[in-house]
Design a protein around this ligand. Sequence first.
Ligand SMILES: [Zn+2]
Length: 272
Amino acid sequence: MRYNHRAGASLAPTDCNHLSSYIKFLGTAGTRFVVTKQIRASGGIWLFLNGVHLHLDPGPGALVKSIQSHLNPQDLSAIILSHRHLDHSNDVNIMIEAMTNGGTLRKGTLFCPQDALDRNPIVFEYIRHYIENIEILQEGVRYKIGELEFDVPVKNIHGSVQTYGMRFFSSEGTIGYVGDTRFFDGLINAYQGVKVLIINTTAENKMPDRYHMCVEEAITLIKGVSPELAILTHFGTSMINAHPDVMAEKISEATGINTVAGMDGMVYSISS
Ligand SMILES: [Zn+2]
């Protein structure tokens, strides 16, 4: 059976300003090698849900990719950092500066783990004054940005770095972003009921360091959560070499759940 990779989704790079809600991938790169060579872009994810614009994980190129995509950072109400690794956070300071018009409009919220602000902080102190609020991500806490609520269902296991995934409670369906983590059984319970599950599937096969998920673990997670659609992203070298589209097809076959491989510039329309 061939799964319809376009079912319920507008997956071509397109101007999304006419959509009532969407997820736009400003990059699909994961790990140092794919990011530093820019084999895939690494600008994170822009979400527009319940009338709220937010940017998730502003890695290297987030600002450039936003502007090139005709997305205006001044429209953002929030920037969310899942964790402090560079491929997720490199552009956080410049994105805050862009959101606040160079610090002239004090607005917006930064959501981040505590260790993004502590010793060796990745958010500069002078930049923090540009933002209205900083909220610390914690397991089990529900947050609000305008008309949009999200929560952190579980703390991830990602080396020594505090790392969190989220569920965004859009009126058009719940979006789960698993983020960087090794696989553990708690993920399956944490993401129950989501319509769309975004999974950082970094490796084709199990990685020795077990910092990230591989294809086999994505299959286990997708089977356990059973979303309407799973989207793979954050590809490392082995996934690029194995072709993410081929891996997505393999996962669709194994799970019976439509699974697509993220592409740079891809837009997922929630309402369609
Ligand atoms: Zn990471």
